[in-house]
Ligand binder design. Structure first.
Ligand code: FPP
Length: 252
């Protein structure tokens, strides 16, 4: 198979990127697979399949540009209410993706992580995911975080329960509870907050994604559906991000 990480270096076409100001963490809501398929008079499953191919393209480009964390919203806690066969397709694609890409990702320094409760996923998915995490655990080039069976509210409720338990068991006291402590009870423990959140397909909402972590994230929306999202779109988003004035609530 073609090595996606070693192909010819591209110019940063059309967009002058400041390579000293590449977002450390980009999070993406991979939306528009269904609409893309509908436009092409194809079943929704084909949209998800095409969406899976986009992950290759975007991961490679993010790695090339020096992004250190890439988080992809692949399946939300609400997505279970989709038709059974669509849920099944997404789960199968996840295993396909890991089988196809793990070796190359590992060779190129990708460390895979999970956000969400995967114990509800089919057993073959859990196995493939745990294997991917174990295989890539010492890699340092880029963290690829899959949000799977993930919901921001669910994550916060889980953290509250874990914190309460630790207070009850005298592991921590109520006075210890601050932002840093809460962060350590989230799925994203150890991962910096996203600098840039991208949502393709024209929707302009968060859909329960990284609710705690996005407090000061920059948002970027585009009308392109995820299966058509290309390297240049990622660069366009980063170029736009580089023109933002991030004040974090302060005055310059
Ligand atoms: C949103 O588009 C997309 C999803 C709910 C699933 C994303 C899954 C993939 C990209 C494929 C495989 C995943 C992995 C991790 C390899 P939508 O279905 O809501 O599109 P629509 O809004 O146009 O209907």
């Amino acid at each position: 198979m073609r090595n996606i990480f070693k192909s010819k270096k591209k110019e940063n076409e059309n967009f002058e990127l400041d390579m000293d100001n590449i977002p450390n963490h980009i999070a993406i809501i991979m939306d528009g697979n269904g609409r893309w398929a509908k436009e092409k008079k194809m079943p929704r499953s084909m949209g998800h399949k095409a969406g899976m191919e986009t992950i290759r393209v975007v991961l490679k480009e993010a790695t090339r540009l020096g992004v250190k964390n890439l988080t992809l919203y692949a399946f939300s806690t609400e997505n279970w209410s989709r038709p059974k066969d669509e849920v099944g397709t997404i789960m199968k694609l996840l295993v396909t993706y890991l089988n196809k890409e793990l070796k190359e990702c590992h060779e190129n320094g990708v460390k895979m992580n999970l956000l969400g409760d995967i114990t509800k996923l089919p057993e073959d998915c859990q196995k493939a995911l745990n294997n991917a995490i174990e295989t890539t655990k010492n890699n340092t080039k880029i963290n690829l975080n899959f949000a799977l069976n993930y919901g921001g509210r669910d994550e916060i409720i889980r953290a509250i329960k874990l914190i309460s338990e630790d207070v009850k068991n005298n592991k921590i006291s109520e006075d210890d509870i601050d932002e840093i402590l809460v962060q350590n009870y989230l799925y994203t423990k150890g991962i910096p907050d996203p600098d840039l959140i991208i949502r393709p397909s024209g929707e302009q909402r968060l859909s329960n994604f990284l609710l705690w972590q996005c407090a000061y994230s920059e948002f970027w929306y585009s009308h392109i559906n995820w299966p058509e999202f290309k390297e240049k779109d990622l660069r366009r988003a980063i170029a736009d991000y580089q023109n933002r004035d991030r004040r974090f609530g302060k005055v310059k």
